[in-house]
Design a protein around this ligand. Structure first.
Ligand SMILES: Cc1ncc(COP(=O)(O)O)c(C=O)c1O
Length: 464
């Protein structure tokens, strides 16, 4: 009969199969070491403890340990106990040369991800310590599906102050990043009878897929120098926009367009989803205030920690009209997906203590410097390339000379060790601008950034 073992030193489930107890124990231990479940230097329980746990004779355990020591799986010293032997870890085979002879990209200039090295580890840990010390036992129970009250209050204050959002904590719902919020909004609208949602013709393909996964159609809004055009959105129930910084083209939604969308929403009962993914990172002037303030009854404001802190946190927030709160909370409950209370409490402390503002200011300065270095390097080494969308954010668009082909330039950059995307990766079917590259300058570490940019410039200079 299988027996299991859970002792106080380490937790490990052992299946002792068969009728021969000693060989069953040897096999189970050998298997645990071989598969890595018991890693090098892990101390095993004494033969007395393990025998007691498994309800078998102590000598049986001692004999099994002895056998595995003899085989080299375990080591033992009198008085020091028994532990898993150190063995050379079989490292993964180094990747061989690719069939096409190209080296894989070493420098990642794709848009979307901030530098992991910019994450404020120490300040985050300090905020986490404060949050955990202050949390009472009830904070460790199932969290409020809307998000913990402390974070909702901290965000309402921050968003009103820094982004001009009209927010009370009652209207804030925490979600696992923008994508989760978008899925919830799509569900609510579908349940209300919606069949289609408009998205900008340039944007994240994933966002369109998320909407479509909820059984809705997406309709593309053309984008020109003034941002998305409110062209024929009457057939849709919502429009997802990036007003502060169009993704990925980089312009701000023109004031006349903002009002036109708001009028459309008021006239038709439509919903505007304002994706404010990097609204704080404006370099030339004050960040553009949130569009939500124009029509808080029609706009769902959506923010995220993915650019300001790290996407790995999976923390985002919605500020929603009163009329949508209950439906969105119900959708979130149905999704079964809540954010962990401790990370939410940590972010609340981080915001209230001024850490978030400090992080934004430092990151803004760092990204601005990177952007300036990119502009300088391109002007020197590839002057035929025109950089646009540079007033904000963590990425820019490099317009290539007309005779270039995006895919060829992307492949050439890869040969120089640089991963970068063509603008057409972000275009809806039937929409074409370019040729152009979308260059993310957030991702490389500080020390890799200079090389990444000079390699990209070398690839561009080959062609122009
Ligand atoms: C346009 C846009 N919106 C939103 C996000 C953030 O998404 P999430 O909060 O799910 O990480 C990103 C991140 O890359 C983005 O590019």
């Amino acid at each position: 009969m299988p027996k299991s073992w859970a002792n106080y030193g380490i937790e490990l489930h052992l299946e002792l199969a068969g009728t021969r107890v000693r060989s069953g124990l040897e096999t189970a231990l050998r298997d645990a070491v071989q598969t890595g479940r018991l890693g090098p230097r892990i101390r095993l329980p004494s033969s007395r403890d393990l025998a007691a746990d498994l309800g078998i004779a102590r000598n049986t355990v001692a004999d099994a340990y002895g056998q595995l020591v003899a085989e080299g799986w375990l080591e033992a010293r009198t008085g020091s106990g028994t532990w898993v032997a150190e063995r050379p870890v079989s490292a993964p085979e180094p990747a061989g040369p690719r069939a096409d002879g190209m080296a894989g990209p070493r420098y990642d200039l794709r848009a979307g991800v901030p530098a992991g090295s910019a994450f404020p580890r120490r300040a985050w840990l300090a905020a986490g310590r404060v949050a955990l010390n202050a949390a009472d036992d009830s904070a460790l129970g199932y969290p409020d599906p809307r998000g913990v009250p402390e974070l909702r209050a901290a965000l309402a204050g921050y968003l009103a102050r820094a982004r001009g959002v009209i927010a009370s904590s009652e209207n804030v719902i925490i979600c696992a990043g923008f994508v989760h919020g978008l899925a919830l909004i799509s569900q609510v609208l579908r349940d209300r009878g919606a069949t289609a949602i408009a998205t900008e013709a340039y944007g994240h393909l994933l966002h369109r897929r998320i909407i479509e996964a909820q059984g809705l159609r997406t309709v593309s809004l053309p984008v020109d120098e003034g941002g998305a055009l409110p062209v024929g959105p009457d057939a849709v129930s919502a429009a997802v926009l990036t007003p502060a910084h169009q993704f990925p083209l980089g312009m701000t939604l023109a004031p006349g367009r903002r009002t036109a969308f708001v009028r459309w929403a008021a006239r038709t009962g439509g919903v505007i989803v304002e994706d404010d993914y990097d609204g704080e990172f404006r370099f030339d002037r004050q960040p553009v205030g949130a569009m939500q303030a124009l029509a808080p009854d029609h706009v769902v404001y959506a923010g995220t920690a993915s650019k300001s802190l790290a996407p790995g946190l999976r923390l985002g927030w919605l500020v929603v009209p009163d009329s949508m709160i209950d439906e969105l909370v119900a959708a979130k409950e149905r999704s079964g997906f809540f954010n962990g209370a401790l990370e939410q409490l940590t972010l609340a402390v981080f915001i209230e203590s001024g850490g978030y503002d400090r992080q934004i200011r430092q990151a803004r300065l760092a990204y601005r410097r990177r952007r300036d270095r990119l502009i300088g390097a391109l002007q020197r080494q590839a002057p035929a390339v025109r950089l646009t969308g540079i007033a904000a954010g963590l990425h820019a668009v490099a317009e290539l000379p007309g005779q270039e082909r995006e895919d060829v330039v992307v492949a050439r950059a890869a040969r120089h060790g640089v991963a970068v995307q063509g603008l057409s990766d972000f275009a809806a079917v039937g929409h074409r601008r370019g040729p152009a590259l979308v260059i993310g300058y957030g991702r490389p570490t500080d020390h890799a950034f200079t090389t990444a940019v000079s390699r990209l410039c070398a690839a561009l200079a080959e062609s122009v």
